[in-house]
Design a protein around this ligand. Structure first.
Ligand SMILES: *[C@@H]1O[C@H](CO)[C@@H](O)[C@H](O)[C@H]1NC(C)=O
Ligand SMILES: *[C@@H]1O[C@H](CO)[C@@H](O)[C@H](O)[C@H]1NC(C)=O
Ligand SMILES: *[C@@H]1O[C@H](CO)[C@@H](O)[C@H](O)[C@H]1NC(C)=O
Ligand SMILES: *[C@@H]1O[C@H](CO)[C@@H](O)[C@H](O)[C@H]1NC(C)=O
Ligand SMILES: *[C@@H]1O[C@H](CO)[C@@H](O)[C@H](O)[C@H]1NC(C)=O
Ligand SMILES: *[C@@H]1O[C@H](CO)[C@@H](O)[C@H](O)[C@H]1NC(C)=O
Ligand SMILES: *[C@@H]1O[C@H](CO)[C@@H](O)[C@H](O)[C@H]1NC(C)=O
Ligand SMILES: *[C@@H]1O[C@H](CO)[C@@H](O)[C@H](O)[C@H]1NC(C)=O
Ligand SMILES: *[C@@H]1O[C@H](CO)[C@@H](O)[C@H](O)[C@H]1NC(C)=O
Ligand SMILES: *[C@@H]1O[C@H](CO)[C@@H](O)[C@H](O)[C@H]1NC(C)=O
Ligand SMILES: *[C@@H]1O[C@H](CO)[C@@H](O)[C@H](O)[C@H]1NC(C)=O
Ligand SMILES: *[C@@H]1O[C@H](CO)[C@@H](O)[C@H](O)[C@H]1NC(C)=O
Length: 499
């Protein structure tokens, strides 16, 4: 029996939804139980797509492309094309309960945790409007003897007990978070504190969140602060501490972002940290076992921007699933400037939210700060970045620069084709493909400079890094005829998902 990728099943659900079927209650099915299944689901998803959903997808292609597509027998890391590590998805509530083997009453006794994702705030006629978003959950498998078995599924090579202690902690911590249960209908109260040492004990205000957590334990809404926080705070971004008394681990921050200035909005995987999503086993390894590591000297570039641009606001927007948020936050806050965050919520009720997570979150940021100038940062190996960044630059007037790491320039292991056609028609002084972080150092971002003319730009407005591209792969590519098909479909499917 072929192993189904959870993304493929999610796709089925999405197509059903698009066809008007009622929303499913369970969101995404559990990942396969066996490590080999994960790795193979990462490479056989296209094979599974020969059914109904595949038909719906291929009918959206021009017929020539569709015939290439349907003639392929196997195999692509669909999730990776969408910027998600294969197999790294969230199991259903029922599945988590089964694994935990606890009764509902026993689950009720477990501590409630609040993932309070750092939000941004804009200035309105009713004072600061602060975005609160996150999730209330329990981690029933945290201390369970079953945790190691579940953890092993995500580790490409070794079992968890063969790893060193720091690796074990990381792998178990992330797996336990993935196997969490939402806490719905919880009423939340937040207390905001001035983020200065001497103000620790003097809260600025208490507020009750207007809605209880939804069926997935999530909350996601702006709240007006009215006159409780001064509005005239100058050109700099101010941080306030946000704590909640409804659960544990809820300490967080909110960022008061003035109407004018520069916002650096970045993806994380493969531009701020080394992930290698395009190589599924490395991607798993670098997420579950290896300590998160900054990519090259990107932290120095960020420090430079922080120190030289007084109005700078940093926003981190990744489509990694919500349970990994704490791991990403602790990595970013240890290596890059503090800032607000978006990750991929569970709220899968519309086609848009499922397949356009990045553009939904990007639009919200761009619409919240219409007068700020945005610098969007990412890399060429994410199909959704290649699609959404240029599209939103065309749709909104406040995108100043798009800075993309050309991943293939420094990692010959990246065989993903990338599509630059979205950039056609955009002013070529607003986007820049860079090879190494130093290429960004000299840019005068404040005065609108986005391109370092010493780095050759080779934009073909179409698929690049194709396997027969003599520049990238040479004759060697042709020998890997199976691999190149794999790679081509990766790109095509990414397009399919975009439709
Ligand atoms: C796991 O153990 C830790 C430390 O004893 C405790 O704080 C935590 O609440 C436990 N978690 C669960 C789910 O039982
Ligand atoms: C907020 O609530 C705490 C108790 O939970 C209280 O000590 C504090 O005075 C309140 N602050 C404001 C500004 O209302
Ligand atoms: C989840 O999505 C539904 C439908 O779009 C929306 O009504 C609901 O408010 C969302 N929940 C959260 C927490 O955003
Ligand atoms: C600000 O005013 C609005 C409208 O009256 C109210 O809903 C909201 O709770 C107030 N915000 C705070 C922080 O009290
Ligand atoms: C925070 O504290 C600083 C000085 O400690 C003060 O100037 C500022 O007004 C306070 N901010 C708020 C929002 O209370
Ligand atoms: C969270 O805030 C509380 C005060 O509400 C503080 O006592 C605690 O040390 C903080 N926890 C962390 C992990 O910073
Ligand atoms: C996983 O990471 C370790 C370093 O911790 C490395 O030795 C190993 O080669 C990596 N394996 C893969 C498949 O990337
Ligand atoms: C564990 O292995 C990682 C490599 O994945 C290494 O960076 C770390 O220092 C090691 N930790 C210990 C305690 O040996
Ligand atoms: C898991 O790791 C994250 C980030 O490193 C940390 O914030 C969190 O407290 C850890 N969770 C537990 C239950 O230890
Ligand atoms: C503040 O952000 C909200 C939410 O995105 C948006 O609707 C509103 O227009 C923004 N206000 C201003 C003054 O830009
Ligand atoms: C940008 O486009 C102009 C022509 O419109 C061309 O002369 C110039 O070389 C292009 N710049 C880059 C960096 O490709
Ligand atoms: C990215 O780098 C590769 C390898 O150096 C090069 O062949 C390709 O043209 C570059 N892409 C762009 C868009 O400049």
């Amino acid at each position: 029996m072929p192993s189904f990728s959870s993304r493929v099943l999610a796709l089925f659900l999405a197509l059903e939804l698009a066809a008007g079927a009622p929303p499913p209650t369970a969101t995404v099915p559990a990942p396969p139980r066996d490590r080999r299944d994960i790795i193979s689901s990462a490479t056989s998803a296209a094979g599974s797509l020969t059914s109904e959903a595949g038909g719906a997808l291929t009918s959206a292609f021009p017929s020539a492309v569709a015939s290439v597509y349907s003639s392929l027998a196997s195999s692509i890391p669909t999730e990776a094309a969408g910027g998600i590590i294969p197999g790294f998805d969230v199991p259903s509530v029922d599945d988590v309960k089964n694994e935990a083997g606890l009764s509902d009453d026993e689950i009720e006794q477990l501590p409630v945790r609040i993932l309070n994702i750092p939000g941004f705030a804009n200035l309105t006629d009713n004072g600061w409007s602060v975005l609160f978003h996150g999730q209330a959950y329990r981690e029933p498998l945290e201390n369970s003897s079953k945790l190691d078995t579940l953890t092993n599924v995500f580790l490409p090579e070794k079992d968890v007990d063969q790893l060193n202690e720091t690796q074990q902690d990381q792998a178990r911590n992330l797996t336990s978070a993935i196997y969490s249960l939402p806490v719905s209908d919880l009423s939340l109260t937040f207390t905001l504190y001035n983020a200065t040492k001497d103000a620790q004990d003097s809260p600025i205000l208490n507020l009750t969140f207007p809605l209880p957590t939804d069926s997935r334990g999530e909350f996601n809404q702006f709240v007006h602060m009215n006159d409780s926080i001064p509005t005239d705070l100058g050109e700099r971004v101010h941080r306030v501490e946000v704590r909640t008394n409804a659960g544990d681990l809820g300490n967080s921050s909110a960022f008061l972002v003035p109407s004018q200035g520069i916002t650096f909005l970045a993806d994380i995987d493969d531009v701020l940290r080394v992930t290698r999503i395009y190589s599924p086993t490395s991607g798993l390894n670098n997420s579950f076992a290896n300590p998160f590591t900054p990519w090259s000297t990107m932290p120095a570039v960020y420090t430079h921007w922080l120190e030289s641009i007084p109005s700078a606001h940093f926003h981190y927007l990744t489509t990694t699933p919500e349970p990994a948020t704490r791991m990403y936050e602790s990595f970013i806050f240890g290596n890059y400037p503090l800032g607000s965050f978006d990750t991929r919520p569970y709220n899968f009720t519309t086609l848009d939210q499922t397949f356009r997570v990045r553009s939904v979150a990007l639009r919200r940021a761009l619409e919240t700060f219409p007068q700020r100038r945005f610098v969007l940062i990412g890399d060429t190996s994410n199909a959704d970045i290649m699609r959404d960044y240029p599209q939103l630059a065309k749709d909104y007037g406040n995108v100043q620069c798009i800075l993309l790491r050309n991943t293939t320039a420094t990692d010959s292991g990246d065989h993903f084709p990338y599509d630059t056609s979205g950039f056609e028609g955009l002013d070529n002084s607003t986007y820049f493909f860079f090879d190494v972080p130093e290429d960004l150092m000299g840019l005068d971002i404040e005065n609108g400079e986005c391109v370092n003319s010493s780095v050759p730009q080779n934009i073909e407005y179409g698929y690049q890094n194709l396997p027969w591209d003599p520049e990238t792969d040479g004759a060697e590519g042709l020998k890997r005829s199976v691999t190149w098909r794999v790679v081509l479909v990766t790109g095509l499917l990414a397009v399919a998902l975009a439709l």
